[in-house]
Write a protein that binds this ligand. Structure first.
Ligand SMILES: CC(C)(COP(=O)(O)OP(=O)(O)OC[C@H]1O[C@@H](n2cnc3c(N)ncnc32)[C@H](O)[C@@H]1OP(=O)(O)O)[C@@H](O)C(=O)NCCC(=O)NCCS
Length: 130
């Protein structure tokens, strides 16, 4: 996951960020041939709200439905825990992720000015009512 994170994001999570999350977050990985990790998703839930914190698919494994499958299975797991509203932030310029979330029914509910670093960019806040 660390290798994919470094490949995919300009401001990646550290190994420690992943370790910290493993203890309390919902974590799913997608496996490619040979049990290699091809992607992952990290989400949290509290009462009736959930949040997707991280999602990535290795460049070599994209456009095969892995990203969609990771989000759909996470939504199912969150609903099973009583979550009714799921939030996430996405870079304004991230057209592929925004297309994925829109196709799953997420809609824009806000903007966080200058939320991201390297480069600084606004976050679009998305919500799905489960
Ligand atoms: C966003 C990401 C997870 C999508 O993973 P993926 O496995 O390629 O996605 P899927 O194959 O399941 O695609 C699902 C849908 O997303 C949209 N999509 C994915 N990649 C796209 C692209 N490059 N351009 C336009 N739409 C795209 C399409 O609607 C697609 O459906 P379709 O293939 O039926 O047209 C992947 O591109 C990625 O890891 N990006 C970098 C990290 C990132 O942006 N994470 C999200 C942070 S909020």
């Amino acid at each position: 996951m660390h290798a994919i994170e470094q490949e995919v994001f300009s401001d990646p999570w550290s190994t420690q960020d992943f370790r910290d999350c493993v203890t309390f977050a919902l974590f799913l990985v997608a496996e490619a041939e040979g049990e290699r990790i091809a992607g992952y998703i990290v989400a949290l839930d509290a009462a009736d709200e959930g949040e997707i914190l991280n999602l990535a698919v290795a460049a070599a494994g994209r456009r095969r439905g892995l990203g969609r499958a990771l989000v759909e299975q996470t939504l199912e797991a969150l609903r099973a825990r009583g979550v009714r509203h799921v939030y996430l932030e996405v870079r304004e310029s991230n057209a592929s992720a925004r297309a994925l979330y829109a196709s799953l029914g997420f809609s824009e509910v806000g903007r966080r000015k200058g939320y991201y670093r390297r480069p600084v960019e606004d976050a679009i806040v998305l919500r799905l009512d489960a």
